[in-house]
Design a protein around this ligand. Sequence first.
Ligand SMILES: *Cc1c(COP(=O)(O)O)cnc(C)c1O
Length: 451
Amino acid sequence: MSETKILLTEEEMPTAWYNIQADMPNPLKPPLHPGTRQPVGPQDLQPIFPMELIKQEVTTERWVEIPEEVREILRIWRPSPLIRATRLEKALDTPARIYFKNEGVSPAGSHKLNTAVPQAYYNKQAGIKRLATETGAGQWGSALSMACNFFGMECTVYMVKVSYHQKPYRRSLMQIFGGEVIASPSNRTNSGRQVLEVHPDSQGSLGIAISEAVEDAATREDTNYALGSVLNHVLLHQTIIGMETKTQLAKAGEQADVVIGCCGGGSNFGGFAFPFLQDRFAGTANPKFIAVEPTSCPTLTRGKLAYDFGDVAGLTPLIYMYTLGSSFMPPGIHAGGLRYHGDAPLLCHMVAEGYIEPRGVNQTKVFESALMFARSEGIVPAPESAHAIACAIDEAIACREAGEAKTIVFNLSGHGHFDLAAYDVFLGNQMEDYPLPEEELKKALASLPNV
Ligand SMILES: *Cc1c(COP(=O)(O)O)cnc(C)c1O
């Protein structure tokens, strides 16, 4: 009998992160300063990021050592298990072998703690006492609050006001770990006050919360800013997921044929897939890569490859990426972590070069797949992660129809214990699909800056 749970010892946890910038065929286009439209230099980023992270953003060294102080904290839940979904295979009656990497075992409930810990560490090393950030659904805010707590730092989280009221337990989780949670827009910043003056009842948006957190960090000497996805150094920190998975598959005597992850800003997908892409570059393996996103926020499948702002206010550098336009307002889909208008430049680059296939899935299908997974494997997946599950199920069914025994591997980016309200909507037959209308897409794309 083959094993269903493939574990690694603490000694087998990777000691360095894999940097895809060392191996990819063509380099990235640089981010541009929003004012001058010239490539951004380290001095532009220094007011809000520590030098070590700025260096990781641009380095082309293949391996970046994981500091021992970071490894010590990662060991609380890492290495995470790789699990063979034998019951799901049976339920699908497929000859395919399905494996998933369970990042839901982290104390924050998702992969986001993998980068929160090193980000807090490098800021602490640089003498920073406090981090400011934004959070939508609360997953990144809870991860960063935990990480700051471990290093004795303060953490201020600007939480989109609608989520602040709708997701009180995410707020509790941040507060348990000492995070200060502020409903955004707030009176604490100029950007917040400006919004409130015009719209006193504003329920906030990720774009406004980013502006508040960046302003907070830029105006205080002891404070820096931290971002939970999109940036190169965030994807770098997440490669520990894919590296562990490769070691685990080797232990099980398997080679991945299909590598699947969900995509919001691109960090769990990049972290999972890039170590497998390394083998593709080296010519030692040739799996298929699939990045899965919601049809209601179809950045990779229907967006435009162009320079665009990372936020609504146009304060961030211009980033070359697939984008729906920074003015794009995503509908209220239940996978809150997949609602960003853009995606990580590294991931977009690999999609544009043809290495990764993007795919869109409707949310009712996502929740059907989530229930099937929960009922066969006993794990309630985060709605974000269930996008990857839906795709893995499709691939397994295709294997059944073709009589092919492929090895399908996907990343379970987090558990869904804080998302039960969304499950209730689905179980009550109240969930609808919102494929993005062509008209709206055109309107949002019309606002792209001229570069
Ligand atoms: C935030 C989040 C995502 C989406 O972010 P990426 O940067 O694309 O990984 C996916 N899954 C979970 C569980 C999340 O918390």
